[in-house]
Design a protein around this ligand. Structure first.
Ligand SMILES: Cc1cc2nc3c(=O)[nH]c(=O)nc-3n(C[C@H](O)[C@H](O)[C@H](O)COP(=O)(O)OP(=O)(O)OC[C@H]3O[C@@H](n4cnc5c(N)ncnc54)[C@H](O)[C@@H]3O)c2cc1C
Length: 415
């Protein structure tokens, strides 16, 4: 391994996923020097394909909305839930929190989406170096020292006044600085692929993610995320223990599980399985702190809850926007309070999603979703959370999620 002398930068961002691209573009727009180091070459596969409306507020803030609108992604206007004969859907146009007023978002192949965002950041003047991996981090005289390994094995030292970690499931700084703590969620696993779905026109609303609850096991669920041009993402999520009962290759296991739900298997009867099936497990994670001297953690590098509400990219982008607001002030010489201005307010929304994730797996949220008894007002409040507005405390289901949801579930179960 060859090591060479370093360079000094104001901000280094680790990773060019959604959190890294949004954070770097926002910093550049405020006049700061920023370098992004990404260990892979783009385009590259990533999971997390169903976006929420709120995440487009940050895409717009970063000046990237025209590029995303022009990329030809499948429009998404809500979320649909199916359980046997039961079906319920929520429309993002009918929601409590207006945000920037968009009624729709997108369902995206992340290889393309992440490249659109990274290319936009570069077009705005951000420097991105691909195939460079951060392998260690230190601290000298008040700044951070990063060891960055290039594809040829050479390791360069880069000094930064501040480091934003947007490395997602790479969890670079949590690993290197020993910030990791276990998630309170049980270990779950996901098996997924992309298919040419061949779903007949009209059989299914392509503008919604379809979340199907397993006919017998309410804590096992499938996603069907339609993309443009007749393709879909298909996956199942269950506990590791449950999935260990299914033998065979990942494709055989996913096919068997899809076969257990008559509605899903009928929709996908003509599907062409043309993409290798992947598995991911143990993705839920947490950290002791989301910031420290000379660094802050973005998106999944900090915490990942669960895929059920498609909240990951929204949390990643929201964390980027919030971190940049604080870092901009710090770089201009103001004294800032990362706990008060970044971690605490970010965690409030994440904790709101957490309540809904817990209520999904213990069945309370499913009782609500499939109940016919919700008023239009309540549907708008729930729809707002499903659209990503989990930080709007004017929404009673955000301000007091546990109390409101439990009361509503109890009421719905008596209807
Ligand atoms: C099964 C599953 C389904 C999901 N479905 C959804 C969904 O439908 N909607 C949704 O919004 N979210 C979903 N998510 C969550 C989503 O995948 C993440 O929340 C999102 O990708 C986080 O974005 P990010 O920018 O934080 O990190 P990432 O998108 O993971 O980007 C991190 C980047 O950092 C790079 N990197 C990592 N380590 C290093 C290093 N040491 N040096 C340099 N570069 C590095 C990586 O190569 C990568 O490009 C899902 C997650 C799972 C597990």
């Amino acid at each position: 391994m060859q090591t060479s002398a370093g360079e000094r930068r104001q901000v280094v961002v680790i990773g060019a996923g959604p959190s890294g691209s949004i954070a770097s573009a926002l910093l550049r727009a405020r006049g700061h020097d920023v370098l992004v180091l990404e260990r892979q070459k783009f385009p590259r596969f990533s999971i997390g394909e169903s976006l929420l409306v709120h995440c487009l507020d940050f895409v717009a803030e970063a000046g990237m909305i025209e590029a995303v609108d022009a990329a030809g992604f499948q429009a998404k206007n809500g979320a649909a839930f199916a359980w046997g004969e039961r079906y319920s859907d929520y429309d993002f146009g009918e929601r409590f929190t207006p945000g920037a007023g968009r009624a729709t978002t997108y369902q995206v192949q992340r290889a393309t989406f992440d490249k659109v965002l990274a290319d936009e950041a570069e077009r705005q003047g951000v420097e991105i170096r691909y195939e460079v991996e951060i392998v260690s981090v230190g601290r000298t005289n008040g700044h951070r020292t990063l060891a960055a390994r290039a594809a040829d094995g050479e390791v360069r030292t880069i000094e930064a006044d501040f480091v934003l970690d947007g490395s997602g499931f790479g969890r670079t700084l949590p690993r290197l600085l020993e910030l990791e703590t276990p998630s309170a969620f049980p270990a779950r696993q996901s098996i997924f692929t992309h298919v040419a779905d061949r779903i007949p026109g009209g059989a299914f609303d392509r503008k919604k993610i379809r979340v199907t609850v397993h006919p017998q096991f309410h804590d096992v669920w499938y996603w069907l995320i339609p993309f443009a041009k007749g393709r879909s993402s298909l996956g199942v999520v269950a506990s590791k223990e449950f999935l260990s009962r299914y033998p065979g290759t990942p494709e055989q296991r996913l096919r068997t599980l899809v076969g257990e739900d008559p509605g899903l298997s009928s929709l996908l009867a003509g599907a062409e399985w043309d993409t290798p099936v992947r598995e991911l497990s143990g993705y839920a994670a947490n950290v002791k702190a989301m910031h420290g001297p000379g660094f802050a953690l973005l998106g999944n590098a900090a915490e990942f809850l669960d895929p059920v509400f498609s909240s990951g990219v929204t949390i990643a982008m929201r964390s980027a926007s919030m971190a940049v607001a604080v870092l901009d002030r710090q770089l201009r010489g103001e004294s800032v309070d990362w706990a008060r201005d970044f971690e605490q307010p970010l965690r409030r929304g994440v904790d709101c999603f957490r309540t809904y994730v817990e209520a999904w797996y213990d069945g309370r949220f499913q009782t609500v979703v499939f109940s016919q008894g919700q008023t239009d007002d309540i549907r708008r409040m729930i729809s707002s959370i499903l659209a990503g507005y989990a930080w709007d405390e004017r929404n009673p289901f955000v301000a007091q999620p546990e109390r409101r949801l439990s009361a509503l579930a109890a009421w719905c179960s008596k209807q």
